[in-house]
Design a protein around this ligand. Structure first.
Ligand SMILES: Cc1cc2nc3c(=O)[nH]c(=O)nc-3n(C[C@H](O)[C@H](O)[C@H](O)COP(=O)(O)OP(=O)(O)OC[C@H]3O[C@@H](n4cnc5c(N)ncnc54)[C@H](O)[C@@H]3O)c2cc1C
Length: 403
């Protein structure tokens, strides 16, 4: 993760300004920790002349665990220690005598099959693949029924709004901070979770702001793509609202032992607005809002943000369709899927912890002796912000537990 690397002086100036405006009392404002794949920019924030190529997989649970547990081989790579074995597809994890496990793998290049034996195994194949792996492994049969009944269920991502977009010329007036097409920023406004008189969370969402992100956003960084048409002198500002979400037990991976790798992935119920307003937001924030109240809050907050800029030319309409220029509330993303092997969880923020979970608080699979999970599938809620830093924290905690 590219944490705390600034997108330049203008990004710093924007953060400084927003921290001094009234939004700061409701949101903690800072530059966003970013995955390495995003900024094709120089350290001062100007776009690179050429795209550089590097893997986008910037966080590796296995490597972090191996380093932290102290099993990294020496510099010559020939000493004792654990290695990452490339091109190995894990077919199954099976119980063997004395509480050990057998891990069966197939080399995806040579088809060679290898078996490894260990008293401890950490599964980190992600929210879709980890439950499938457990389901098709012999270990599945030895797990308690209440654990089996949760494996694969709860596949959830978080809802986001469509982006509100506008061209602007500058920021504030005294002093006026000019903005150009060559300035860049990715800023996150984390809700401070303030409550109203009814003890309900006023802003149960974060705001992500991108400045001129067509130069460096993932969807635009195909090196073979046409250069971006720069047809305006003004700066583009995009913001979107990102909500947390409770696990959705309707969605899941319906796989069965020895099913020949043909699982049924049910991820069809993206959060509709009615669903969110009637069950998700009340559980998360205590909200009882109708459509109009919900859209009013989004539009008011959007206007508070854009009021800090000068000469705002809107590209998008109001959320909910004010003046016939409808701008949609989104249905969710498929970037941050989680929840299929949950840890202890809460059905809502007031509930006590439910320990009917797949893994316990140490990420060990319940009913197993040395089987652990460390990936996004253990998350008991889909967070409103990018989740990988939380996963890195879980991996560090697990490494301490294991060592
Ligand atoms: C386009 C995109 C952009 C994102 N940007 C951000 C961001 O900026 N910040 C952020 O915090 N999060 C971001 N995320 C989310 C983040 O990348 C994921 O939440 C995170 O990578 C999930 O980690 P994981 O360990 O659960 O699974 P993965 O990262 O999917 O890792 C699982 C690994 O297991 C391997 N595997 C699966 N099955 C097997 C098997 N049977 N045998 C062997 N290996 C197997 C897979 O090949 C994979 O390498 C983004 C996601 C996407 C899709």
């Amino acid at each position: 993760m590219n944490e705390s690397i600034s997108l330049g002086d203008k990004a710093k100036a924007l953060v400084k300004h927003f921290r001094s405006c009234p939004l700061n009392s409701d949101f903690e404002i800072r530059e966003t920790p970013r995955a390495l794949h995003q900024p094709y920019l120089k350290p001062d924030g100007t776009p690179r002349d050429q795209f550089f190529t590097e893997p986008t997989g910037v966080f590796n649970t296995a490597e972090l665990l191996i380093n932290q547990v102290g099993l990294t081989p020496g510099a010559d790579q020939n000493g004792n220690g654990l290695f990452i074995k490339l091109n190995s597809f894990v077919e199954s994890v099976n119980d063997v005598p004395f509480g050990w496990y057998e891990v069966r793998t197939t080399n995806t290049v040579t088809s060679e099959q290898l078996r490894f034996y260990s008293p401890k195994v950490v599964i980190a194949a992600g929210s879709i693949e980890s439950p499938k792996l457990i389901n098709r492994s012999a270990i599945y049969q030895s797990l308690p029924d209440h654990v089996k009944s949760l494996i694969g269920f709860g596949l959830t991502d978080h809802p986001v709004t469509g982006e509100s977009q506008a061209y602007v010329s500058s920021l504030e007036n005294s002093p006026r901070i000019s903005l150009s097409r060559r300035d860049h920023a990715k800023i996150i406004f984390y809700s401070r979770g303030k409550r109203n008189a009814s003890d309900h969370v006023i802003y149960p969402f974060n705001i992500e702001m991108n400045i001129n992100h067509e130069y460096w956003h993932l969807r635009n960084n195909d090196p073979s793509a046409e250069p971006i048409a720069d047809n305006t002198g003004k700066t583009r500002v995009d913001i979107k609202f990102s909500f947390a979400n409770c696990l959705d037990d309707y969605n899941g991976i319906f796989s069965h032992t020895n099913d020949g790798y043909i699982p049924d992935v049910r991820f069809k119920r993206f959060a509709t607005l009615d669903d969110l307003l009637q069950s998700r937001f009340p559980a998360l924030a205590g909200w009882q809002k109708n459509h109009q109240e919900f859209f009013d809050l989004l539009n008011e907050t959007r206007d508070r943000v854009f009021a800090e800029f000068n000469d705002v030319d809107w590209l998008t309409g109001e959320y909910g369709g004010g003046n016939g220029r409808q701008w949609p509330f989104g249905w969710g993303t498929v970037h941050h899927a989680c929840g299929t092997l949950r840890m202890p969880w809460k059905s809502n923020r007031r509930a006590s912890f439910n320990f009917e979970s797949v893994v316990n608080e140490n990420l060990k699979v319940r009913g197993a002796t040395g089987l652990y999970v460390c990936d996004m599938s253990v998350m008991p809620i889909s967070t409103a912000a990018n989740p990988v830093r939380t996963l890195a924290g879980l991996a560090l905690r697990l490494s301490h537990h294991l060592s």
